[in-house]
Design a protein around this ligand. Structure first.
Ligand code: FAD
Length: 497
């Protein structure tokens, strides 16, 4: 039986394990931490449950697909509900908008609350849908680094969209051209942060992102986002995958231009196929020290990181929902702080995720679990202790003002996550959330491929490689690796000499 060794049990590694096990591989996943999930893990602060990392879940069919592939009924393992409204938006001028799941209702709300013509909103969402459907098969579902991708008929669909894709304009320019209201432009620009980018630099192509949330939907899994990883690990184990925890891989073993296995502190594991779910930068720097590294790829600018305050809040806020955004006054200045000055804006946009709104068991009765996040640069040696203290003060003040309360008095539990901790817990280079940023129009092509062209049998999955960061794209990276890995020839069909 062909053997596969997977480095890391992040969502990309777990999904790849399922796909390779279904393909007939004997799969071992080596994980540095004492549990699975990587950025997608959960923890408790007293009686408050928190998803530590991702909070927004789109394209759930990509999870269902793994259960179906393995001949299981997804509903026996993993269920979710569609959120409505998706997000509550608050602006410093006191305006407020609920982004309803129904596109028409959302457009009507934008007209009523912000005076944005309903038809313009509908047209923008329709365009986002058209561009996503025209390009996703080529740019997200397949390797961009293989000739056969460009010979498929899907390329014609993508070419048909090229003139509308906004390759030569920025996301912000596209949005500001379509909408006169700066608040609605800000709402649309925010989608750049879904892959850690800057809307004032990232190409207009990123305007395909709203389609996922506004036309397909945002979902909440039963058991929280962590349930995605937990249910897939259950499936993987049923398929015979072995997970080894507290076992960081120290070397990828190679011989004669191909991989032969991996080495940990506990020994060597032989393998025909090695898949790294570790960030691609430390994969080369630490696990392949003698091998030539793709320097241009590894030097691509990093995506943003995050400062997160997990708060147990001892009262309820009926005006809030699961996803809430409190915008900054000056969005351009905020992104300049992150990407130009490499620091945190004194007036950041604040994202508050409250899962107890969808799952009351996540907090004690009458209380709420707040995940409060601001976008920050990846770690480049900043003084995070000082930035954390300053940011905490700024956001307590901002939320207190915008919610007309004394928030400090309501916080009864607290924990903080910063870029240094993200890096030390997951090996994400600089604590970047999504690998490299998409701040230039060639970014998609400059991400590391899902395979090595130098070492046969070496593959890559997860947020730092193609097609990118975020749960759906990590799942797609696993799909691409699953398709690229050689088929396993049953023993009975093997030719012996
Ligand atoms: P990771 O989660 O990066 O895990 C990699 C795993 O590899 C880790 O478990 C690590 O311990 C292990 N590892 C590393 N090196 C080794 C080694 N040498 N040996 C063995 N094991 C090793 N995405 C969304 O879709 N929606 C969101 O709302 C969202 N919000 C986010 C908020 C935060 C705060 C963060 C941190 C991320 C967020 N993301 C979001 C991004 C999303 O979490 C990631 O893109 C995704 O979870 C990354 O998965 P991955 O497969 O790349 O693996």
């Amino acid at each position: 039986m062909r053997k596969a060794a997977i480095i890391g049990a992040g969502i990309g590694g777990i999904a790849t394990a399922v796909r390779l096990a279904v393909k007939g591989y004997e799969v071992t996943v080596l994980e540095a931490n004492d549990t699975f999930g990587g950025k997608m893990h959960e923890f408790w602060l007293g009686d408050y449950r928190f998803d530590a990392g991702p909070s927004l879940f789109t394209l759930p069919h990509l999870v269902d697909e793994l259960f179906t592939l393995a001949g299981r009924n997804p509903k026996d393992y993993f269920t979710y509900t569609r959120l409505d409204p998706i997000t509550h938006y608050f602006w410093p001028d006191g305006s407020h908008l609920k982004a309803y799941a129904d596109a028409e209702k959302f457009a009507a709300e934008a007209e009523q609350q912000l005076g944005v013509p309903k038809q313009q909103v509908q047209e923008a969402l329709a365009k986002s849908s058209r561009l996503y459907n025209g390009t996703a098969d080529t740019f997200l579902q397949k390797s961009l680094h293989r000739l056969d991708t460009y010979l498929s008929k899907d390329v014609l669909k993508a070419i048909g969209c090229l003139s509308d894709l906004g390759l030569t304009t920025t996301m912000h320019q596209e949005n500001a051209r379509q909408f006169a209201d700066p608040r609605f432009v800000q709402l649309l620009d925010r989608f750049a942060t879904y892959n850690g980018s800057d809307p004032y630099q990232a190409p207009g192509t990123l305007n395909i992102i709203p389609h996922l949330e506004h036309n397909i939907g945002a979902f909440y899994p039963k058991g929280g986002i962590y349930a995605i990883a937990a249910s897939l690990v259950k499936l993987a184990e049923e398929l015979g995958v072995t997970f080894k925890y507290n076992e960081p891989v120290e070397r990828i073993l190679t011989s004669g231009g191909k991989v032969t296995g991996v080495e940990t502190g506990k020994g060597k594991y032989t393998a025909d196929v090695v898949v790294s779910n570790m960030d691609v930068v430390p994969t080369y720097r630490r696990l392949l020290p003698g091998q030539p590294a793709p320097e241009k790829t590894l030097e691509q600018p990093r995506s943003s990181s995050a400062l997160i305050f997990y708060w147990g809040i001892k009262r309820e806020f009926p005006q809030l929902h699961v996803h809430n955004i409190f915008f900054s006054q000056n969005y351009k200045a905020e992104f300049d702080h992150i990407f130009k000055y490499k620091t945190v804006s004194p007036d950041p946009t604040v994202y508050v995720n409250i899962t107890s709104k969808a799952a009351p068991e996540d907090a004690p009765a009458g209380r709420e679990n707040w995940f409060v996040m601001v976008n920050v640069p990846h770690n480049q040696g900043q003084d995070w202790q000082q930035l954390t203290a300053e940011t905490r003060k700024a956001l307590v003040q901002k939320l207190s003002q915008m919610l007309a309360t004394d928030l400090e008095q309501e916080i009864e539990q607290e924990q903080v996550l910063d870029p240094l901790l993200i890096e030390s817990r997951t090996s994400s280079f600089g604590g970047a959330l999504y690998g490299s940023s998409s701040n230039n129009r060639m970014a998609a092509f400059l991400r590391h491929p899902n395979f090595s062209s130098k070492l046969k049998g070496l593959y890559f999955c997860g947020g730092s490689v193609h097609p990118g960061g975020g749960i759906p794209l990590c799942l797609l990276s696993a799909k691409i690796v699953g398709e690229l890995a050689p088929a396993v020839v049953p023993a009975s069909n093997q030719v012996t000499h």
